[in-house]
Design a protein around this ligand. Structure first.
Ligand SMILES: Nc1ncnc2c1ncn2[C@@H]1O[C@H](COP(=O)(O)OP(=O)(O)O)[C@@H](O)[C@H]1O
Ligand SMILES: [Mg+2]
Length: 771
């Protein structure tokens, strides 16, 4: 029969405390200060044994409050260790129950006379049944999720000592101190076993009820809440893992962007409201996308982002010169314009408008201006734009609505003070969808554009820091109110010589690089370039020149990939070989002088051009036929010419009957191209006189000038373009109005050197030169 006998001295140091009820077999620590430690050091004299006993709490409702219990535990002091807070950790091992017979204070400690209580159980049916039931109950309790420490669990199956089992279980069940003390004082093991059994039964019942409630609750919690709970858990897990919930982090990111975007107060309010709305919209719905895109635009607009202006005019001039050959006057005007702006410190005032034929460098000048000011460059082409919404955007209520081009480009460039080029403003359309020019007016007007309203954005945006530059081929088609806001700078076009320079210094280098020939030493001879200029292109600018140089480069590149010997020099012969027969002939030099055919000069959208005025007569009604798509002004100019000649017939040596019963026909070839303007007046007079006096007119003389009924020659526009075009076509002599003499200095030196000029006041002077 298991049976515990422990020898103990008659007297023992007694540790009286209020925290715990130690049981036999239990190893436990107590934490004590210096004073209490003496009890345990004293144990050295008592086989390392002490008594530990509970003083009943003074406020306890149980019996004998405040008294030291009669029954305590005999413990062995296993270890004493000083711990960091200055106290001592004493490890004790419970051995057996102890009855305290008498206490006597001795100096700082208490000594007690005690008696060890031996426990002895007679194995019986009752004890066995009780042990079995307790084991079963413990297992049920385990299944309800109350774990036992591993070693205890192993022991349970082996324990056949009911005394020990009851003490173990007493520790396992959560019991208040008073119940524990009661169990300690229940010295009869069988009696104790019964009490523990009751306690454990209660505990298991409590657990059963709790689990039932839990399952019931779980069953009732709907799918939604379950999802919510799962989400919360996921969030938790993601946080643990350092990952963020994608939607939440997306919204946080958006909020951060909006907070940092520097929105004006009013706009910020709108954005915050929209943000709140967005959070409530189901991410799968299309509306979510609409709201999201809108907020992206609000957050992404450069509300307060601008680039630092560089106001160094010397550097600006250098940059303009780096990018463009010549254009002296233009550059000067641009620099003046920039200087005024930089002195004033704002962009208010007229808008720069670069007017000139295609390919003379308007767009690329705009780019250079941006570079010289240190600003970003954006460009939109207004050509063919008919819908106001393209400028101003659509309201968000439209499906697929987006901001207009102005806002879109500012969003894209990320700065609120770019150089903003409105290209081809003369090609702006207008129809039932609204008038884009009125929207543009608001954009360009410094009095209005600080609060530009885009329909999509729906909040004002300040455009006053933007530097707008417009370009046009012609001034006339630009709506008046827009024209009024502009400071016009004209670019006329280049002579062959100038084009050669541009090709040599800019175009060829660029095209060679762009077509992947940077590693091949390809050169163009000047003669080759001149040949391209004169025989393969005819234009005021250099766009086709650039294109043609590019196409030669591509052909050379193709030859290289075909493993042919790479060319190193492009000569005029190579040009002919690669490009085929020449595209343009020298109309003037190739033709003979004829009666009634006179060379004129016209000013067109694409620069200047030469034209031929042909006059002929035939028997018939006395009338004037005009053909060749002539405009009203040109027709009137023809009639005026005829009237002037009839009136002064004698002076020109024309017989008075030359007009009787004869139909006179004036035709201007290239009949499909509309022509207009008064500047062909002198040319028509000359053609008619040549016809009527039967004297051939010199092809190599090109003329321009408006004529009055009295034969005076009036000034015309675009002399430089006209002269350059005539020069290109091989004309040797120019007849122009005296009043245009000052324009001569615009014409490049070398062109001037190759031409003879006659400035005339009267039509008669022109006749003298041409006939
Ligand atoms: N004076 C010049 N110096 C150097 N390159 C020029 C000059 N004028 C025009 N170019 C070049 O010619 C090409 C066409 O010019 P672009 O600006 O597109 O003409 P536009 O806008 O007037 O039609 C560009 O590559 C430009 O750099
Ligand atoms: Mg352009």
């Amino acid at each position: 029969m298991p049976h515990v006998t422990i020898e103990a001295p008659e007297k023992l140091p007694l540790y009286i405390q209020q925290e715990m009820v130690p049981f036999p077999y239990m190893v436990f620590p107590v934490y004590v200060n210096d004073r209490d430690l003496q009890t345990f050091t004293e144990a050295d004299h008592y086989d390392k044994l002490v008594g530990v006993v509970l003083r009943r709490p003074a406020d306890s409702t149980g019996d004998r409050p405040g008294e030291v219990s009669e029954i305590g535990t005999l413990c062995r002091v296993n270890q004493i260790k000083k711990i960091s807070d200055g106290r001592f950790k004493v490890t004790l091992e419970g051995l057996t129950r102890l009855r305290i017979l008498e206490t006597e204070p001795a100096a700082a400690i208490t000594l007690a006379r005690c008696e060890v209580l031996s426990e002895f159980v007679e194995k019986s049916m009752v004890s066995e049944a009780l042990v079995q039931s307790l084991n079963a109950l413990l297992k049920i309790s385990l299944s309800h999720g109350k774990p036992l420490p591993d070693d205890v669990m192993k022991m349970i199956d082996y324990i056949d000592n009911p005394a020990r089992l009851s003490d173990l279980v007493a520790l396992y069940v959560n019991l208040p101190l008073s119940d524990l003390q009661d169990l300690l004082e229940t010295v009869d093991p069988l009696e104790r076993l019964k009490k523990v059994y009751v306690h454990l039964t209660n505990e298991v019942q409590r657990m059963q009820v709790k689990n039932e409630v839990n399952t019931e609750v779980n069953r009732k919690v709907g799918k939604n809440q379950k999802e919510y709970i799962l989400r919360e858990q996921m969030k938790h897990i993601q946080e643990e893992l350092g990952e963020d919930d994608p939607k939440a982090s997306d919204m946080n990111e958006l909020r951060r962007l909006i907070d940092e975007a520097g929105l004006p107060e009013e706009v910020k309010k709108i954005a915050d409201k929209e943000l709140k709305r967005l959070e409530r919209i189901n991410p799968a719905s299309p509306e979510h996308n609409v709201s999201r895109t809108y907020l992206d635009y609000l957050a992404g607009m450069p509300w307060n982002k601008s680039t630092q202006d560089s106001l160094d005019m010397i550097r600006a001039e250098e940059i303009l010169n780096e990018d463009h050959y010549n254009l002296k006057k233009v550059k000067e005007r641009i620099l003046e314009f920039l200087a005024v702006r930089s002195l004033k410190g704002n962009m208010k005032g007229p808008v720069l408008c670069l007017v000139g034929p295609p390919g003379v460098g308007k767009t690329s000048l705009g780019r250079s201006i941006a570079r010289s000011m240190g600003r970003t460059f954006v460009r939109i082409s207004l050509g063919g734009m008919r819908d106001e919404a393209e400028i101003r955007g659509h309201r968000r209520t439209y499906i697929g609505a987006l901001p207009g081009r102005i806002i879109k480009e500012l969003f894209r460039c990320g700065s609120n003070n770019p150089v903003f080029m409105l290209d081809e403003i003369d090609k702006l359309g207008q129809d039932f969808r609204g008038d884009p020019s009125s929207a543009l007016l608001e954009v360009l007007d410094p009095e209005q554009n600080f609060s530009f309203q885009d329909h999509y954005l729906d909040v004002p945006f300040d455009l006053s820091k933007v530097m707008f530059i417009t370009t046009a081929n012609q001034l006339d088609p630009i709506p008046g109110p827009l024209k009024d806001r502009m400071e016009v700078i004209r670019l006329a076009g280049y002579s062959t010589e100038e084009k050669l320079h541009i090709a040599r210094n800019f175009i060829i280098k660029r095209e060679i690089e762009e077509n992947g020939l940077a590693d091949y030493p390809l050169e163009f001879s000047d003669e080759a370039v001149t040949r391209i200029i004169c025989e393969y292109t005819r234009e005021a600018g250099v766009r086709n020149l650039q294109r043609t140089v590019g196409s030669i480069c591509r052909k050379v590149a193709k030859e290289i990939t075909q493993k042919k010997e790479p060319r190193t020099m492009i000569t005029p012969e190579v040009v002919a070989e690669l490009l085929g027969p020449k595209k343009f002939h020298n109309e003037v030099a190739a033709e003979q002088d004829r009666v009634g055919v006179v060379t004129g000069m016209a000013w067109t959208e694409t620069g200047g051009d030469i034209l031929f005025v042909e006059a002929t007569s035939m028997p018939g009604k006395a009338e004037l036929i005009l053909t060749g798509s002539l405009g009203d002004v040109m027709k009137e100019s023809a009639r005026a010419a005829l009237s002037y000649i009839e009136a002064h017939a004698a002076d020109f040596g024309i017989s008075a009957d030359a007009f009787e019963n004869r139909t006179i026909h004036i035709h201007v070839p290239s009949g499909a191209i509309p022509k207009d303007g008064p500047s062909a007046g002198v040319t028509m007079v000359t053609a008619l006189v040549s016809l009527l006096t039967d004297r051939p007119a010199k092809r190599g003389v090109a003329m321009t000038g408006e004529i009055t009924l009295t034969g005076r020659v009036l000034a015309i526009g675009g002399l430089k373009e006209k002269v350059l075009a005539a020069h290109r076509a091989g004309v040797r002599r120019i007849v122009a109005p005296e009043r245009n003499r000052d324009d001569l200095e615009d014409i490049p030196e070398n062109v001037r050197a190759e031409l003879e000029f006659t400035f005339v006041n009267e039509a008669a002077e022109a006749l003298a030169v041409a006939l």
